[in-house]
Design a protein around this ligand. Structure first.
Ligand code: ADE
Length: 259
């Protein structure tokens, strides 16, 4: 992980892929102002002394890259925090767990034989890194929220999605323009990247833009499905009942973490 720790007053962007993940946060922001650029609503606000910008990225790597570039160029953000959901690749990761990305690979990048598979041409390494300072803070916030789950999420939901004992993991995340809902595809990803924890569709693109601009980046994903045949059903149900709540609680804990 790279470390670009910055003072507290720097402008932070909170980015999510879907409305449900930020609606709760937006409701609690004061003096909100909205600007629409490239079809996206960028909400600027102050939250507990933090200058923040909140935006939905849309789905996929290109949408994520447009969003991150706009945040840097037009809003001058210094830090980007992404919150969303992901499918489990590793057997140690269960639905309801939270994964903090330490590094990110574009699993659908293949310019071989000109370049090594997965390497984005022009870069020295296959994986893009998260910011250490932000990620540690995100890990503390996630652990805090999970340890108090019964206080914030109804017991029916905790039981339905078996959230009891949910854990925080940190490690490699795979990103690609593909919703993985096939056991063979999942197994293929596991074989190619044995230490990968989850698969999603935006993280590595955001990390690439942040690397190019020298902006700090961190990402947390709540595990919504097992990336197998039931992924789409699990995903939708989970998103509404759990992920939106988790995201709001973890981002709030992150902003309040002054360590
Ligand atoms: N986001 C959440 N679940 C996912 C999956 N199974 N594949 C890709 N992105 C996801």
């Amino acid at each position: 992980m790279i470390n670009t720790a910055r003072p507290e007053h720097t402008r932070l962007a909170i980015v999510a892929a879907l409305q449900e993940e930020v609606s709760h946060i937006l409701e609690h922001m004061h003096s909100r102002k909205c600007e629409t650029i490239a079809g996206r609503n960028f909400w600027t606000a102050t939250y507990q002394g933090h200058a923040v910008v909140i935006v939905l990225s849309g789905i996929g790597k290109v949408a994520a890259a447009i969003t991150a570039t706009t945040l840097v160029e037009r809003f001058g953000v210094h830090e980007i925090l992404f919150t969303g959901v992901a499918g489990a690749i590793n057997d140690e990761v269960s639905v309801g767990d939270v994964v903090i990305g330490t590094n990110f690979i574009q699993h659908d990048m293949d310019a071989s034989p000109l370049f090594p598979r997965y390497l984005v041409p022009g870069y020295a390494e296959i994986a893009f890194q998260a910011d250490t300072h932000m990620s540690q803070r995100l890990k503390r916030s996630s652990a805090k929220v999970l340890s108090q789950l019964e206080r914030t999420i109804s017991i029916e939901i905790v039981d339905q999605f078996k959230l009891q004992g949910a854990q925080v993991h940190e490690g490699l995340i795979l990103s690609g323009d593909q919703f993985v809902s096939d056991e063979w595809v999942r197994q293929g990803l596991r074989q190619a990247h044995s230490n990968a924890l989850v698969v999603e569709m935006e993280g590595a693109a955001l990390a690439q833009v942040c690397k190019d601009y020298g902006v700090a980046f961190a990402l947390m994903r709540t595990v919504s499905d097992g990336a197998g045949e039931h992924a789409a059903i699990d995903f939708t149900a989970f998103l509404h009942a759990v992920a939106s709540r988790y995201s709001a609680l973890i981002v709030e804990a992150y902003l309040n973490d002054v360590q």
